[in-house]
Design a protein around this ligand. Structure first.
Ligand code: PEP
Length: 247
């Protein structure tokens, strides 16, 4: 059985005062319920991890450099995230692919770095609106999966997040049929490449404008094991509503 996962991506949001919000979210994280993960900006990682000590809340980074250390001003490495208290890291988010020109090969290198540091990587894939309109969605996702995921994936070190670029932060959500088609496709590709055992154990998250009001419908779709949530993870009221919908 794959454990459900509700992951919150705070992006470049949150000052220390926001730790109170994280504390309220912690109350919704139980060892026998869905796994709950918050990925704050790097400045809040250590204090949030300290606050979460002894609770079921997991903490993650939003990016890691492929190298463990070195002359890379402004970057953060996977061992640094781990040292600050992270157990997960998001890699290949479409905002980084767009803003920072990250390609599949970069995401692959970051994923390897994450694994070397003992972090679980949440590898993001997703099509743009133009790619969907051109009926290229599955080809794009297939290419991103092949190029971004290293050969040594397991159900423990990998989570895949399907995030249609046009649904992120827009309030637009694909139909449940569209989500199901892509999630079934990702599952099939993982099984083909890594074998049934590994392929079936990797958790698949949907991301893009998930809210308390649409979460239950999305979570009922086959091969949706949880969500990667941006805006609605910033407040405990919204994020705990999504966690509750996950069961
Ligand atoms: C995201 O950025 O990963 C995301 C899903 O954002 P939002 O929930 O705000 O659409």
């Amino acid at each position: 059985m794959r454990r459900k996962l509700a992951a919150g991506n705070w992006k470049m949001n949150g000052l220390r005062a926001a730790l109170a919000e994280a504390e309220a979210i912690t109350a919704a994280a139980a060892a026998d319920g869905p796994e709950v993960l918050l990925c704050p900006p790097a400045t809040l990682l250590a204090p949030m991890a300290a606050q979460a000590e002894g609770t079921a809340l997991q903490i993650g980074g939003q990016y890691c450099h492929p190298a463990p250390s070195g002359a890379h001003t402004g970057h953060v490495s996977a061992p640094m995230l781990r040292d600050a208290g992270a157990s997960y890291v998001i890699v290949g988010h479409s905002e980084r692919r767009q803003d920072d020109g990250e390609r599949d090969a970069d995401v692959r290198a970051q994923t390897l770095a994450a694994w070397q540091a003992g972090l679980t990587a949440i590898v993001c894939v997703g099509e743009t609106e133009a790619e969907r309109d051109a009926a290229n969605t599955l080809a794009i996702i297939g290419g991103q999966l092949a190029g971004s995921i290293p050969d040594t994936a397991t159900g423990a070190n990998l989570v895949v997040a399907y995030e249609p670029v046009w649904a992120i932060g827009t309030g637009r959500v694909p139909s449940v049929d569209q989500i199901g088609e892509v999630h079934d496709f990702i599952r099939a590709r993982l099984e083909q490449r890594f074998g049934e055992g590994v392929g079936r154990s990797v958790r698949l998250l949907y991301g893009g404008s998930v809210k308390p009001g649409n979460a239950a419908e999305i979570f009922a779709v086959s091969n949706v094991d949880g969500a990667l949530v941006g805006g609605a993870s910033l407040t405990a009221a919204d994020f705990t509503g999504i966690i509750a919908a996950l069961g």
